[in-house]
Write a protein that binds this ligand. Structure first.
Ligand SMILES: Cc1cc2nc3c(=O)[nH]c(=O)nc-3n(C[C@H](O)[C@H](O)[C@H](O)COP(=O)(O)O)c2cc1C
Length: 315
C-alpha cells in the first residue's frame, strides 16, 4: 500500500504563487464579480479576466455563441468596457477575489498593447498580464499578431519594456502550422510564461437558412473537441522549448474533468485553465483540485510539480 502524505497543491508561475494549479480561462468568467459567488476560490490558483482593450468595444453582433457537438463556438469579438472604466469600476471589485488576478489585454496595434500594459502594471492588485495576441474573432490585430513570429517578437519585446512588476504571460494561437515558432519568439522576447491554447477558428452552418449560424460568420472553437490538439501543443512546447528555458506553461483547451487536468500536467503544464466547462459547472475548479489531490495522494506524491512534464515516452 502506498503511504499517503499531506498533499500541497501550491505551484509557482514565476514569482506568483498559486494555491492550486487550476486557473480560470480568460473570457469565461467576466471581470470577476460575475463569478465571485459561483465558485470556491480556495481552489482557484488565479483568476483571469476577459480581454480588456484601450477603448470600449461592443463586440460582434449576435448570435455570437453556438453549441457544437463537443464544444462551443464563440465570436464575442472582445466586447469589454475599455481600460478607463475597467480601472474605475472593475479593479475595485477585485477585493472580493482572494486569488491572484491576471488581466488579459488585447489591442489592434503594438502601441495599444504597450499603453494598456503600462497602465495596468501600475495597479497593485494585479499580479500578471496575459497578452491575448491570439483572438480569432476580431478583424484587425488579434490573430495576425499571434500567427506571425516576427510580430510576436515585436509586440512582446515592446510590452516587456513597460512591464516592471507584473508577470508577463503570452497567450498563443493554435491557428498556425507550427505553434513552436510563435512560442520561441515570445520566450526570446521576454515572456515569463506561456498560455495555450486560444480557440480554433471554425464555422457552423444553419442548413435551413443556408447561412452561417454566427453573425460574424466564423468563431473560435473551445471545449472537449479541442482537448487532444491542445494537449499535443502543450507537450510540443514543453519538450521543445519551455523545459529547457524554464518557462512555465498554462495549459488549456477542453478541460472539464480531473483527469483532463492531470493529462495537461503530465504533458508539461505547470497550471491548467478551465473555460468552457465553467458554463456547465461554475465550481469546476474545486472538483478538479480535489481530483488532483487524490490522484497525488494515491501515488504517495505531495505536489503537482512531481507529475508536471512527467509523460513517459517510448524509448
Ligand atoms: C465565451 C468565450 C469567451 C472567450 N473570451 C476570451 C477573451 O476575452 N480573451 C482570451 O484570451 N480568450 C478568450 N477565450 C478563450 C479561452 O480563454 C480559452 O483559451 C479557450 O476557450 C480554450 O479553453 P476551454 O476549452 O477550456 O474553453 C474565450 C472563450 C470562450 C468560450
Amino acid at each position: 500500500m502506498v503511504e499517503q502524505r499531506e498533499v500541497d497543491l501550491r505551484v509557482h508561475l514565476g514569482s506568483v504563487e498559486l494555491a492550486t494549479p487550476i486557473v480560470t480561462a480568460s473570457g469565461t468568467s467576466g471581470y470577476s464579480l460575475e463569478y465571485a459567488d459561483l465558485a470556491d476560490f480556495r481552489a482557484i490558483g488565479a483568476f483571469f479576466t476577459k480581454s480588456i482593450t484601450l477603448e470600449p468595444r461592443q463586440g460582434n453582433p449576435p448570435p455570437r455563441t453556438v453549441e457544437t457537438r463537443a464544444g462551443l463556438l464563440n465570436s464575442i469579438g472582445l466586447a469589454n468596457v475599455g481600460l478607463e472604466v475597467f480601472l474605475k469600476e472593475k479593479v475595485p471589485q477585485f477585493q472580493r477575489i482572494p486569488s491572484p488576478i491576471f488581466v488579459n489585454v488585447a489591442g489592434r496595434t503594438i502601441d495599444e498593447y504597450t499603453k494598456l500594459a503600462g497602465r495596468l502594471d501600475e495597479v497593485e492588485q494585479i499580479s500578471g498580464l496575459e497578452l491575448n495576441i491570439s483572438c480569432p474573432n476580431v478583424k484587425e490585430g488579434g490573430i495576425t499578431f499571434g500567427t506571425d513570429a516576427r510580430q510576436v517578437s515585436k509586440i512582446v519585446s515592446a510590452v516587456k519594456k513597460v512591464v516592471k512588476r507584473c508577470l508577463l504571460v503570452v497567450k498563443l494561437s493554435p491557428n498556425v502550422t507550427d505553434i513552436l515558432e510563435p512560442a520561441k519568439a515570445a520566450v526570446e522576447a521576454g515572456a515569463d510564461c506561456l498560455s495555450l491554447v486560444n480557440t480554433f477558428t471554425s464555422l457552423a452552418i444553419d442548413i435551413e437558412k443556408q447561412r452561417p449560424v454566427l453573425a460574424n460568420v466564423t468563431g473560435g472553437l473551445s471545449g472537449p473537441a479541442i482537448k487532444p490538439i491542445a494537449l499535443y501543443m502543450v507537450h510540443r512546447i514543453y519538450t521543445q522549448l519551455c523545459k529547457k528555458a524554464n518557462v512555465p506553461i498554462i495549459g488549456m483547451g477542453g478541460v472539464q474533468f480531473g483527469s483532463d487536468a492531470i493529462e495537461f500536467l503530465l504533458a508539461g503544464a505547470t497550471a491548467v485553465a478551465v473555460g468552457t466547462a465553467l458554463f456547465v459547472e461554475p465550481n469546476t475548479p474545486a472538483i478538479l483540485a480535489e481530483y488532483i489531490k487524490k490522484y497525488l495522494a494515491d501515488r504517495g506524491l505531495t505536489s503537482p510539480t512531481e507529475i508536471a512534464g512527467k509523460l513517459q515516452l517510448p524509448a
